[in-house]
Design a protein around this ligand. Structure first.
Ligand code: ARG
Length: 723
């Protein structure tokens, strides 16, 4: 069966004239899209966008990665000296870390006057150097009827082995590379992505927060928009242009390709292309999944997040230092609180369910009519079982993620489980002892953004959600006993825990880590709760989750293979999976509802309309208001005399695309993508051509802020500006 499915997919990809309005297309499919793209106004060839052998646009696109290797955003190189642009909300964490109450560049903004003034930023970037199809390697020897648990083990092993082999094949370059083996189309195909990872990244400049995040959570995911959501960094390399550890003697990286910047602006109908790193979509979610997510999972996550955000906001409004300390956490929580809230609304609409159901009915009918029951017959029943189980057990892992992981003391306790990993007869082992030493060295870092009153209230809130929302049968006694003892008074409970636990205070934890011992750790109330919770998930309920995951993986894989076999003429874009994609479309307005049309761009006039002095979200720098009132836009004004701030295109993007280059038909940069719109907030579950829009900062707004507000016009000298 593997073979059939595989060759069928191949035949799908070889069909020309794809219907490609929807889709975050893998680079390997770009060649097939040249015709439809040129028909929409692309003046380049597919080879200019993605070439295996020559420098192409993809070489100017960067993948933002945490020091630990987690991909989080996109950026674009705009000079031959490694200068790159991304969103403000992507640079936010790094900017916050570089800020102090005395030198608050997050709120004041910052521009390095020379390269010497650029400041080390705490993340890496990856440059995609090579893509390789490794399907045969990964699926080699995997039998059609292998039980799913065996299969997934074999696939994981083969992926790991392939990754290792490919990394080894890099020889001396290995230490500068990350190779990822990634599943496409529900695990029907596997591609290896080679990233060269640069480790010396420096902040060049950022607008003040009330410009880079103007509109805050109120405007987030909404149009019309006036946020100038950008920040600028530079890649540094060793003498040989290769990655190097942070060192002041490093030199600016010289890219294979960078984007020229267009000052010409856009008009309705103009071609627009976006390249970047969309994180995750699940466009083929089963109907019952849509119902579960919309009716239960998303609404619960919204509540858990909202309650934590309320605590943050209460304290942040009182004190500027605390505001700085928690701003990044609040932005992260808020962004998806907002999105999940919208998704809950959309996914619980009966139309959503019906739309998926219709596809599934057609699929089932096709399976029957073509006698494919032996291959695809189990898909719907597998899904039914999966979602019935998820209804019962789905929230436990979610609460670990959105609840426990948002409480810092609880996270510290979770990390401490490593301390006892190799303990024997109540005595810590060598690994644990070493870990204790490491943790002791990290204490300052751990408690750097930790305000005890906030953390205490957050913990009370998390404990309340765990106990009140989840079935007690699957909660650890370490939690239920305490809740009973404190008669569900979670503030009192948190108070007690606060006094007794060592994870709530740096000095207490330091003392413990000096002479760590297993007994003391086990007696700690926070440790007991989180390790008990973890044990429920990873021991008691493990068979349940293994079963859910295995069935879902099987159903996904078969469903995707079946759908493509059923629609041989339809190009199916694979779900986003953190790999580079290209999406093309045009500059376009939309009708959000009956009787209303939204224009496809905004101007600085809206800044004045929205401005509210002293507001948490809508304040603005006086100097900017001044420039706008005087219409002092210089070369950044549109031909209509206004300063265009943001614009809309119908490109298909999602989270991870933040910071992506928006490119015109000639391959010039016209903007930086930073958001989606409210009407299509559930687009990860289905493309919505009529209303789905990408919101981007107009590059002229970015340069205006950099030059006229930031006084960093000198940076234009290293860019290629097209007037
Ligand atoms: N919605 C944007 C995205 O996910 C992020 C915007 C960040 N701003 C904010 N107010 N949280 O790409």
């Amino acid at each position: 069966m593997k073979k059939t499915i595989f060759s069928l997919l191949l035949s799908v990809f070889s069909i020309l004239g794809l219907r490609a309005d929807e889709g975050m297309w893998p680079l390997t499919m770009v060649a097939k899209l040249q015709d439809p793209m040129q028909a929409k106004g692309l003046k380049l060839t597919a080879e200019d966008i993605y070439s295996i052998n020559n420098a192409s646009l993809k070489d100017a696109v960067v993948r933002l990665m945490s020091k630990q290797g987690r991909m989080f955003c996109t950026g674009e190189i705009i000079s031959r000296e490694g200068l790159f642009l991304t969103n403000h909300h992507c640079g936010y964490g790094a900017i916050q870390e570089l800020s102090t109450p005395q030198d608050n560049i997050l709120s004041n903004g910052f521009w390095a006057k020379s390269k010497q003034e650029e400041r080390p930023a705490n993340f890496n970037i990856g440059l995609l150097r090579k893509v390789e199809d490794v399907t045969d390697k990964v699926l080699n020897g995997i039998a059609v009827n292998m039980p799913e648990s065996e299969r997934s083990k074999a696939v994981t092993e083969a992926s790991g082995k392939t990754k290792k082999e490919l990394e080894e094949s890099l020889g001396a370059e290995k230490s500068n590379y990350v190779v990822e083996v990634v599943a496409f189309w529900g695990g029907n195909r596997f591609l290896a992505m080679y990233y060269e990872v640069y480790r010396d990244i420096r902040l060049v400049g950022t607008p003040p927060e009330n410009v880079g995040k103007f509109g805050g959570e109120t405007d987030n995911w909404r149009w019309p928009r006036h946020t100038c959501d950008f920040s600028m960094f530079r890649i540094y390399s060793g003498e040989d242009n290769k990655p190097a550890d942070m060192n002041k003697n490093n030199k600016p990286y010289e890219p294979k390709k960078f984007f020229p910047v267009s000052l010409k602006g856009t008009s309705t109908g103009d071609f627009a292309m976006i390249m970047g790193y969309p994180g995750r979509t699940t466009r083929y979610t089963y109907s019952e999944g849509v119902r579960y997510l919309g009716g239960k999972e998303r609404p619960m996550r919204v509540q858990v997040r909202r309650d934590i955000m309320d605590v943050y906001e209460k304290y942040m409004k009182q004190d500027a230092t605390i505001r700085l300390m928690y701003s990044d956490r609040l932005a992260g929580l808020g962004n998806y609180w907002n999105k999940f809230n919208g998704e809950a609304g959309e996914l619980s609409k009966p139309e959503m369910f019906e739309k998926r159901k219709k596809v599934e009915r057609e699929f089932e009918a096709w399976v029957k009519a073509n006698n494919k029951q032996d291959v695809y017959g189990e898909v719907t029943s597998l899904y039914d079982e999966v979602y019935q189980k998820l209804n019962q057990y789905g929230l436990y892992p979610v609460y670990l993620q959105d609840g426990i992981a948002n409480s810092q003391p609880m996270t510290f306790a979770l990390q401490s489980s490593v301390l006892v990993r190799d303990a024997k007869d109540g005595k810590m082992g060598p690994e644990g002892t070493k870990m204790a030493e490491r943790m002791a060295g990290m204490l300052d870092e751990m408690f750097k953004e930790f305000h005890a009153p906030i953390e205490k209230e957050v913990m009370a809130s998390v404990l309340r959600h765990l106990y009140e929302d989840l079935d007690h049968a699957h909660l650890p006694a370490s939690l239920t006993n305490l809740v009973t003892k404190y008669k569900r008074d979670y503030n009192k409970l948190a108070e007690y825990i606060w006094k007794t636990s060592m994870f709530t205070d740096k000095a207490k934890l330091a003392k413990f880590l000096k002479a760590p011992n297993v007994g003391k750790l086990f007696k700690d109330p926070i440790y007991a709760i989180v390790s008990g919770y973890n044990a429920k998930l990873n021991v008691d309920l493990k068979p349940v989750y293994d079963d859910i995951n295995a069935k879902k993986a099987r159903a996904d894989r078969l469903f995707l293979a079946g759908l493509s076999e059923m629609n041989p003429d339809k190009a199916m874009a694979p779900d986003a999976n953190g790999t580079m994609r290209m999406t093309y479309g045009t500059v376009l307005n939309y009708d959000p509802k009956d009787g209303v049309v939204y224009k496809e761009f905004t101007t600085a006039k809206g800044y004045l309309e929205k401005y509210k002095a002293g507001d948490f979200e809508f304040d603005a720098p006086p100097a900017l208001l001044d420039l706008i009132r005087k219409k002092d836009y210089g070369q950044y004004a549109d031909k209509d005399g206004e300063l265009h701030t943001c614009f809309l295109t119908d490109n298909d993007i999602t989270g991870g695309n933040s910071g992506s280059p928006v490119i015109n038909g000639k391959g010039e940069l016209i903007g930086t993508a930073f958001d989606g719109n409210w009407e299509a907030i559930a687009s990860d579950f289905g493309f919505m051509p009529a209303v789905q829009r990408t919101i981007s900062v107009d590059i002229r707004f970015t340069l205006f802020i950099m030059d006229k507000l930031g006084g960093a016009g000198h940076l234009l000298n290293e860019m290629t500006i097209v007037k």
